[in-house]
Structure formats: C-alpha cells, structure tokens
Design a protein around this ligand. Structure first.
Ligand code: AMP
Ligand code: GLY
Length: 423
C-alpha cells in the first residue's frame, strides 16, 4: 500500500512512524512533512490546507490511501473532493467537520441531541449584542469565537471588563480574522479535562486509549494556553464505570445524531471532555486526532495502524483489531523560547542522535527543518519526546531523561507532564 499523510506536525510524524512499521506499507509520502518525517517518508512541499494543491499532488502520485492530520483541509472539503474521484481517504466530510469548524454548529448539535455540555447563554453577531448579554451571565464566563482561530478562539473571562475587551478585540478589531464574526457565551465548567478520541467508518466505531493534554505553557497549569505542551495516556484516566457513561451518554448519541442529521461521520473524532461533579460533559469536538495526544496514543498502539485505517476507508472497521499496550505513555513537548508568544526559528538542534532506539524513546518532530545533516527549529512546538512504559512513572522517567540530552537555544518544556497522576 502507498499512503499519503497530510500535515507536518508532531501528530503526523507519529502517524508516519507507526504506519511505516506495517508490513502492508510500501511507501509513504507526507505533505508537507517536516525535518524528522523526512527520515521516514518522502516529504512533498505543499500547503496542507490548499485542497486544489493536494488534489494535484494525489493525481500525480496516486496514493492507495490518504490520511488527513489537521483540521483545515477537512473544513475546506478535501475528503469530499477525494470521494467524488473515488479515492480512498480517512477523514470527515466538510459538513461533518463543522463540528470543529463552527462552535455554534457544534453547540446546537449537542443541544439538539441532548448530549451533556456546558449551558449556552446565546450566540451573537455583533459586539454590542454580545456585551449587552453580559448582564445575564454567571462569572467567570466562557467566550468562544465561532470559526477556526488556531487555538486562540476560546477565552475564560473573570469579569465584565475582561469579557468586553475580548469581545471587542474579536468582533470589532477582527484580531482572529473571520473566525470571530460570530461568538457564543457559555457557562464555565469545572473539573479535570480528558481527551477521548474515537475512530469510525460511519457505522462501526472503536475508542482509542484516553489521554490528557497540558495546554498551559508553564508548570502548575500557569501562563497562556498553547497548542499543547505534553500529553500522557493511562487507563487510570478513565475508570471503567466512567468510560461506560462516556460511551453511552456521549459517544453513541453523537454518532447516532450525525447519521440522523444526514452527516454521517468517517474518520477520527476528538471528544474534549470535562469530568465535572455532575458527570462528563463535552467541551469541544475536533474533527481529527489531537496533537500532542496522538503521540501518546501511538506509543501505546499494539496493532497494525495501516490495516485499520484502510478498513475505515473501506467501511469495514473491526474494533477488535485495536489492541493496546498496558501501562502508560507520555509525550513531552520541547518548545521554542517565547512560545506561545513570539519566538525565533532557525536554531540548531543538538543531541538528537544521543537518544537511540535502544532507549525506547522516540523523538517525534513537530516544528523542525532539515538542512543537509543539521536539523533546525522552524516552529513553536519543536519536538515531542515520546515513550511508553509499564507504568506512568516509568514512562515519565525515560522521557525526562531523554529531554536532558537535547538542546537548542531558548528550549523550554514543562517538567510536570502527568505529575498529578503519577503521585
Ligand atoms: P476549545 O477551543 O473549545 O477546545 O476550548 C479550548 C479550551 O478551553 C478547552 O480545552 C478548555 O480548557 C477550555 N474550555 C472550553 N470550554 C469551556 C467551558 N465551558 N468551561 C471551562 N473551560 C472551557
Ligand atoms: N491538543 C489539543 C488539540 O489537538 O486540539
């Protein structure tokens, strides 16, 4: 099988690494890929969000199967264009990808199908209307820009002043672009967050192992939000009873609802949950795998991913094929100095070869570029130091040992990934 993977971050490196281990796979292309993926696949320099460019590439190389990593090509309708041509692809249609592409669509979907979620106060298409509604909310309040905003579209406002400042920046100064033309206000949920991702072919579904992301930049969940500074997976994250509740009250009603609405879902569906005192509730849907959650998930896979994604594309997913290593896994993200604010790129990365395969640790690349024999930084999240172990403590100690071997100017990482759970 010849596979094309769309994207170029840590998530896509994890997918390429795992797909390559399959005896079914003869060749992998990755578009655009990165400095680490280049060791394992042929990188094709195109913009992943540009549907016409991906179609032109696929016409040329003729992959047997395409797997989409990021949301933008999905929201832009890439899979619809592939399916029209009868090309096999894993990922939801443009319509179903609205679950991530529009927070208002997603909230209305949750309400219509009575799936537990934060209560919405309302949706607004002007700053004046949104600010007017602030007299009726409980504080703190969550403000969500409707469209894709590269992770910057959600704000937890402690008071009226913070809320109206964010609303004006988004709706009047257009700081988030077109994604901020409409907003919604909703109640703030309290509890621990959990990422629960499923894979479905539209009829059958399989759940992946649960993960927890660490979104804030600094230890102790301090500082601004990032794309994710690290993730871990362990079965303890989701005890059996809670898992049954999530599946029966959230996962199955979601899949049934999508089919009933005429938008059956195929691909990975990320359910972002808040485990509240009154049960699990949906914070958000993503129409794709998470990053860095995928790195931790892949580290626990004990099955042939290529065979399973092919089954999904052909509509014959068999959930019993998904087998998982017991124990735990972790991914620690090494980031550029200044990230998630302004940062410099082009810093030479040292020590990559000192973490060999014998350590059981895999260095997955996110924002890197290869220039001859040197690898330099090219993004905010640079590397994901990833490993599995018999326990969370074992995985953490192997990953953190490897982190000390890698250096680049300005490098920083959280020292407390999984720390609360490992105590
Ligand atoms: P989203 O962009 O919807 O993924 O939201 C990003 C993050 O905002 C989530 O991972 C949560 O940490 C937080 N968040 C979103 N909605 C809520 C809510 N209703 N209550 C508390 N936190 C929330
Ligand atoms: N790590 C969160 C996400 O992928 O959206």
């Amino acid at each position: 099988m010849k596979i094309l993977v769309i994207g170029g971050g840590g998530r896509e490196h994890a997918l390429v690494w795992k797909l390559k281990q399959s005896p079914l796979v003869e060749k992998i292309w990755c578009a655009p890929g990165n400095g680490g993926i280049a060791d394992e696949a042929e990188c094709m320099a195109i913009d992943a969000g540009d549907v016409a460019a991906v179609i032109a590439l696929a016409e040329k190389i003729r992959p047997d199967l395409t797997v989409v990593g990021p949301e933008l090509p999905l929201v832009n309708g890439l899979t619809d264009a592939f399916r029209q041509r009868k090309w096999l692809i894993v990922g939801p249609s443009k319509e179903a990808a609205q679950l991530e592409g529009s927070k208002i669509f997603s909230k209305k979907f949750l309400e219509r199908h009575r799936i537990p979620t934060a209560k919405m106060y309302g949706t607004y298409d002007s700053a004046a209307k949104a600010c007017g509604a602030l007299s009726k909310v409980k504080w703190p309040v969550v403000i969500k820009a409707d469209g894709l905003c590269a992770g910057k579209g959600v704000f937890l406002a402690a008071n009226r002043e913070e809320a109206s400042d964010f609303i004006k920046r988004v709706m009047e100064k257009n700081e988030l672009g077109t994604g901020g033309q409409r907003i919604l206000l909703e109640e703030t949920l309290e509890g621990e967050e959990l990422s629960f991702i499923i894979l479905t072919d539209g009829t059958n579904y399989a759940t992946l192992v649960p993960t927890r992301d660490h979104k804030r930049v600094f230890d102790g969940d301090r500082g601004p939000n990032t794309g994710g500074m690290g993730a871990y997976s362990s079965d303890d994250l989701l005890p059996e009873e809670l898992r049954t509740t999530v599946v029966s009250k959230i996962v199955e009603p979601t899949l049934r609802g999508l089919t009933k609405d005429g938008t059956p879902y195929q691909g990975f569906l990320y359910v972002g949950l808040m485990l509240t005192k009154s049960g699990p509730k949906v914070l958000e849907f993503n129409c794709r795998l998470g990053d860095p959650e995928t790195q931790a998930i892949v580290a626990r896979m004990d099955f042939d991913l290529a065979g399973v994604v092919k089954d999904v594309a052909e509509g014959k997913l068999d959930a019993s094929k998904l087998r998982w290593k017991s124990g735990a896994s972790v991914c620690v993200v090494l980031a550029s100095g200044g990230y998630p604010g302004k940062f410099e790129t082009g810093k030479r990365i040292e020590g990559l070869t000192s973490v060999g395969p014998n350590t059981g640790v895999k260095i997955l690349h996110a924002g890197t570029k290869r220039e001859g024999s040197t690898v330099t930084t090219s993004g905010g999240r640079v590397l994901g130091v990833t490993t599995s172990g018999s326990s969370l403590n074992a995985a953490l100690s192997a990953a953190y040992k490897a982190c000390t071997k890698i250096r680049f100017e300005g490098m920083h990482y959280r020292k407390d990934i999984g720390a609360r759970a490992s105590r």
